[in-house]
Design a protein. Structure first.
Length: 90
């Protein structure tokens, strides 16, 4: 599968792995198991899905900023390896 829009594809595939729980009177909870700490709560399932996507986006941005390894989702690997060039090539 070719990934033309890698970040969009990653978000889509990660959201497909989401697990939701009906909290009865307290609304819904959602989480994405491969993405540690990505969890959302909302009164309705639709709002929970929207909240979870927002949390996922923030989690990804923070991971990029802090240099954390993100889980590979559906073969999409967003982790970059540092490439160094010899000083004389500059």
């Amino acid at each position: 599968m070719e990934h033309k829009f890698v970040l969009t594809d990653y978000l889509k595939e990660a959201m497909a792995l989401a697990v939701y729980e009906d909290l009865e009177e307290d609304g819904f909870a959602g989480r994405i198991p491969p993405c540690a700490g990505v969890i959302g709560f909302a009164p309705t399932l639709l709002e929970c899905k929207q909240e979870l996507r927002s949390v996922l986006e923030d989690w990804m941005l923070l991971g990029f900023r802090l240099g954390h390894d993100l889980p590979v989702v559906d073969g999409i690997d967003l982790n970059l390896e540092a490439i160094s060039e010899p000083v004389e090539s500059l």
